[in-house]
Design a protein around this ligand. Sequence first.
Ligand code: CFM
Length: 542
Amino acid sequence: MQKELNGGNAFTEEVLAKYPPKVARKRRKAMVVNNPDLSQEIQANVRTIPGIITQRGCTYAGCKGVVLGPTRDIVNITHGPIGCGFYSWLTRRNQTMPATEKDSNYMTYCFSTDMQDSNIVFGGEKLLRQAIQEAYDIFHPRAIAIFSTCPVGLIGDDIHAVAKEMKEKFGDCNVFGFSCEGYKGVSQSAGHHIANNQLFRHLVGNDDTPPEGDFVVNLLGEYNIGGDAFVLEALLERCGITLNATFSGNSTVSQFERSHTADLNMIMCHRSINYVAEMMEEKFGIPWIKVNFIGVEATAKSLRKIGEYFGDEKLKARIEEVIAEETEGFEEIITPIRGRNEGKLAMLFVGGSRAHHYQDLFREIGMKTVAAGYEFAHRDDYEGREVLPDIRIDADSRNIEELKVEADPERYRPRKSAEDLAVLREQGFRFKDYDGMMPEMEAGSMVIDDISHFEMEKAIEYFRPSIFCAGIKEKYAVQKMGVPLKQLHSYDYGGPYAGFSGAINFYREIDRMINSRVWQLIGAPWEKNPSLRAAYHTHTED
Ligand code: CFM
C-alpha cells in the first residue's frame, strides 16, 4: 500500500530543529500532521531513543502489571530484586470484587523472591522453588504465576522448568511462568503478547462447562481501572447478555478456563489483547469484534453491535430499552457542560488505546483533540488493521514468541453458519477489524508516537491546550505549566468512566478541572505585574 510521507508543520520543524540530525530524522517519522483523507504512515513500536525521556514502561510491567495484575485468585510471584515487585504492587488501581468473603483475593499482596547478589552469582532457581512452596503452603491457591525480571533472564534461571516441576508436585495447583524480562521488548507491549501467549497455553480451554445464558460473550482488554468493569458488567446484565470472562478486569482463573465456550469475543483495548482473540478464533471458532465502551455514543453503538451479531429481535429491543433508560435526562446534564467547554482543546498521550477511546468523550462535550499519541501501540492502532501485512517484523518483535495455533479437532465450533455470516457482512457488520486512531482525528491535528518530554513541553507551549491527559510521570510537570492534567491510567483516584454513567462522571470531572479558578492564579504576581525594574549598570571610571 502506498503511504504518504509526513510533510511536517511549523510545530514539528521547531521541535526537530533542536535535536541532533540523527535523532531528528528518527523522531520526524513518529510525528504526523494528521490528514484523514490520506493514508499516512507513522513510526511506532520501535526502540526509544536513549535519554529522550519517554513515557514508556517495560515488558515486565505489560505482562505482570497490566494483563495478569487484575486477576484476583492467581498468586503472582515476581522473580527478581524486590524493587520490581514493590513498584508493580497495586499501582494500576484495578479493583476486584470477590463473590463471597471466602473467595480468594491475592491482589492486595506483593509476592517476590527478593533476589540478592548471591542469587545472581549462584542462580535463583532454588529461591524460586522455595517461594512457590511457601505461597502454596500458606494460601493453597488455584494458580501460581511466575514473572521474570531482567536479572533472571541475564543469569538464565529456567522458570518454566521450575513451574512444571512444582505443578506436578502439587497436583492441585496450576503453576506457570512468563519470560517477561523488562528488556525483552521495546516497551510494555511485548509483555502483553507474552501474557496472552501463556494465558492461552496454560488456562484457556481447561474447563468446557459453559455458563448459562443465551447470549454469551467475553470482554477482552478491559482491566477494571477505577471500577470500569463493574459498570460494564451491570450494563451487559441489564441487556440480558451473559458475560463469561473478562481479560482481565475483575476476573478469576475459572473465567479464563471457560472463556473458549463464549459465542463472541469483544475487544476493548486492541493493543493489549488482540493476540488471545485471534488464537481463540483459530482454535475454537469464536469470532471477535472491536467495541468501545468509552463515551455515550460509542457505548450505544457497541451494545447495538452485539444485538446485531446475535440477530435476536428480543435482545435488540431490550438493548434499545436500556440505552433509552440510561441516557434519559442526559441532555440536561451535558448542555451546560458543553456550554462551558465548547471549542476548548485537549491533548491525550496515553498507553496503547485510551488516547484514542477518550477522544469520544471530549467530542461529546464539544472539545477538540489537538494532539494525541500512544506510548507503545503499533501502527495498526494508529492506521488500522489493514496495515498489518505491511508491518516489517524487526529483530525486537521477532524476539517475542508467536504461538502456532490450529483448530481444535474436538472443540472447534463455528459460531455462525456461512450464510448468516454473509448476511451480516452484507449489512456492513465488520469482524476482526479496527480502524485505529488517525482516521478519526481531525485534519491538522498532531499525532505523535512515544512522545518525549521535550516534545510534550513544546506542544503545550505551542497549542496551549485546556487539558492534558497522561499519567503520573507527566502530571506535575504539566501542571506547573498552568495546564490541568487528567490521569487516564489511574483516573486520579476518580472514575469509573466506562459506559453511560461513567461518561457523565468524566464530563463533570473535566468540567471541574478545566474551569477551576486555580489555573488563573498559578502565575506569580510579579510575572504579570512587574513593579520593580532593574538594569545592568556598567561602572565607568571618570
Ligand atoms: Fe490497553 Fe490498558 Fe491502554 Fe494498556 Fe497501560 Fe492501562 Fe494504558 Mo496505563 S491495557 S493499552 S498497558 S487500555 S496500564 S488499562 S492505562 S498505559 S492506554
